[in-house]
Design a protein around this ligand. Sequence first.
Ligand code: NCD
Length: 282
Amino acid sequence: MREDVSGIFEEAEKMLSYARKEKSTDLMAGKVLAALFYEPSTRTRFSFETAMLRLGGGVVSGSDMVANSSVAKGESLADTGKTVSKYADVIAMRHPEAGAVAELAKGSEVPVINAGDGSADHPTQGLLDVFTIWREFGKIDGLTVGMMGDLKHGRVPHAQYELLSKFSGVKFVFISPDGLEMSDEYEGERISSVKDVIGDLDVLAVTRVQKERFSDGMINSQLPITNAELLKGAKENMIVMHPLPRVDELSTDVDEDPRARYFDQVVNGVAVRMALIKMFTS
Ligand code: NCD
């Protein structure tokens, strides 16, 4: 697992100059990525599409598959997968339900990359986040990672944990208000006041309240806010990450702080997805 991740990171590192628009390549000329999105997305879909286009390949894209695809006619995911795999060489798919990506992959004859399914997983976001940490510190082992936000419904913290826990001695600190806690099977310290731990963290990974995943539509929990004031208590070489979109939990007064990494994550995401597309499609 660690070896797989290192291989992806090495490949992603090579892709960074393309992701930064410094160089161009036609490595994937003649290949097609299908982006099938059954749930809203700006970054992840654009990131996958940009990754394929910067590799010199082409893209077919469904940004609103629920309304504008054969789902509306009752087609099964497996049939959609089989059909789209006749057009494309690789598929990136997002869906509101856990397990839906695996269902479509059953019918597909080409690799299907999970671009986020339900609260369960968002592996490419997890990878790009861990890639961001690895580039920063040159290692993952032994770091103290604070995850702050809606740790119950957010797929990003789950995906980050999944990968980070494969390394040695990573210490997790889960910071969330009542009702939005990380579930018990995830090992880490659970606290509600970020001020108590901010000085111990190497990474502060913030996420928003996933209001679309509340069954009753009610949100009573106020997330702790990451702002310039909070960062006064943090290490000088700590980094602040956020998968975006942000709402109120991350203040714009952090944007100019040299520790802010969330817009670098956007670029790293293109590089990581370029690496994955290359590895799966060549
Ligand atoms: C995340 C997602 O979709 O889960 N966004 C992303 O992929 N950049 C986080 C979120 O929506 O809060």
